[in-house]
Design a protein around this ligand. Structure first.
Ligand code: F6P
Ligand code: MG
Length: 449
């Protein structure tokens, strides 16, 4: 059962949910509507049936925006034949304030993306697997050229250092590990659901080594040392197993996660890395299979960035081909279980998805990227900030028949929930400090020992 903690809801004027529901969601819907309109006008080869179906989707999105702005009552999600809809509708019945501007934030936001997905799954085959966020995800990756090139150069250097491992002392190894964590952590600062209010320049200013270094002081919980001890211990035992990464956003963040995953493999910390993405377009920028393919193929083919000069292009191609090889050999695996696009907090995993839970419990380590995963891990609860991380994890923190999930969170904070601080640690922080991706958490809990 869920812990008995009140959760963030969009009716509370002090919450980030409040302005999210009133300002950010309608903006996201407006861009979605524009995307449908421009898709129809771009594809002059579309059949009349597909054009009409597109207009019907546009009308549904417009109606959704109107009902949201008017604080209408939520309706159950129409069935599109996929089992997850039932999970939403079962929980729906238990919600008291079933209105857009009052209901629990986590539920309503997941519900919104799942509902939008039915507009497509119930449409013609052209629209069936249409990703209404693909254009913005792709342009943000293209816009991250500077950060991406810098990162690939550094990545090559790290792979080289690993290859010459004998000459690298323990301290240097640890420094590289810290850097890899930081890269993946701050990769999360650039997501598009939040960036309705940030420009591409600001996006660029959040990437790169100089920014990471100056942001170190903003990591309010930092369990990096514990994770380092774990990995060192496991490597010493000599039989590394799987590490799972529950991904968050496509584009630059996905690139940082691929770098992190490769580092874990090449350093001998993981035999294999499993990446968990989403089955449907989700929270604007989350990774679906096509995003992974777009990145890796765009690098491998040398088509991602133009005017780079041949040396850089070759370096990028080499990285792309390297990842293609890892995937072909099964050392890197992409999965997209439906669970990740349900409304369920992760503490419900052992009950609602025991198979997936066992996979995670079986892994040496599970890394959760980003804000939404953090909200789901902690029930989006209004915990006092000094609540121990393990308490907020609920049942996931406890062992089940000797099994538990070793969990590492790499999150830049973009919501209200926050746990694991020292008492009084945030007394002098500015109002709303948990909301804008400026502060971060590296939180770890070992449910195995
Ligand atoms: O309301 C939008 C939101 O859920 C915020 O919590 C967060 O800013 C964002 O979406 C998702 O962030 P992330 O991509 O880090 O999960
Ligand atoms: Mg996201």
């Amino acid at each position: 059962t869920d812990p008995s903690i009140a959760t963030s809801n969009s009716g509370d004027p002090k919450s980030f949910a409040y302005s999210t529901a009133r300002e950010r969601w309608p903006k996201i819907l407006s861009s979605a509507i524009d995307e449908i309109v421009s898709t129809i006008s771009r594809n002059n080869g579309l059949s009349e049936e597909d054009v009409n179906a597109g207009k019907a989707i546009q009308a549904k999105l417009t109606a959704l925006k109107t009902s949201m702005l008017g604080d209408a009552v939520l309706e159950p999600i129409p069935s599109d034949g996929r089992p997850d809809v039932e999970a939403y509708n079962d929980e729906f019945k238990t919600i008291k304030d079933r209105k857009w501007l009052a209901a629990p934030w986590l539920y309503t936001e997941c519900y919104m993306y799942r509902l939008i997905h039915t507009y497509f799954t119930l449409s013609t085959s052209f629209w069936h697997s249409f990703d209404l966020f693909a254009t913005s995800k792709r342009s943000s990756l293209v816009g991250s050229k500077k950060g991406a090139i810098e990162l690939i150069k550094r990545f090559r250097g790290v792979l080289q250092a690993i290859a010459e491992k004998q000459s690298v002392d323990e301290e240097t190894q640890k420094a590289i590990f810290e850097e890899m964590i930081q890269i993946s952590l701050w990769g999360n600062a650039t997501d598009l659901a939040l960036l309705t209010s940030l420009s591409v320049e600001e996006l660029n200013s959040r990437q790169g080594k100089a920014v990471r270094d100056s942001n170190k002081k903003n990591i309010v919980v930092d369990d990096t040392d514990q994770v380092w001890s774990l990995l060192s211990r496991l490597r010493l035992l000599g039989s590394p197993r799987d590490i799972h990464i529950v991904l968050d956003n496509a584009g630059f963040e996905l690139l940082t996660d691929l770098v992190f995953a490769s580092y874990l493999i090449e350093s001998g910390y993981a035999k294999k890395v499993v990446l968990h993405g989403k089955r449907m377009p989700w929270f604007v920028s989350d990774v679906i299979l096509d995003d992974l393919k777009y990145l890796i193929e765009g690098f491998a083919n040398g088509t991602m960035y133009d005017d780079t000069g041949s040396t850089v292009r070759e370096e990028l191609q080499e990285a792309g081909k390297y990842w293609q090889g890892l995937i072909q050999s099964g050392i890197l695996e992409f999965r997209a279980e439906l669970f990740w696009t349900t409304q369920h907090p992760f503490g419900r995993l052992p009950i609602v998805e025991p198979g997936l839970f066992e996979d995670l419990a079986d892994a040496d380590l599970v890394v959760y990227k980003g804000d939404l995963n953090y909200r789901k891990l902690t029930y989006d609860g209004m915990w006092p900030h000094s609540t121990p991380f393990s308490e907020a994890l609920g049942p996931l923190a406890r062992k089940h028949d000797g099994q538990g999930v070793r969990s590492l969170v790499l999150r830049t904070a973009k919501a209200d929930v926050c746990v694991g601080l020292k008492p009084g640690q945030d007394t002098n922080f500015e109002d709303g400090w948990t909301r804008h991706g400026k502060y971060a958490m590296v939180s770890y809990w070992d449910a195995k020992s």
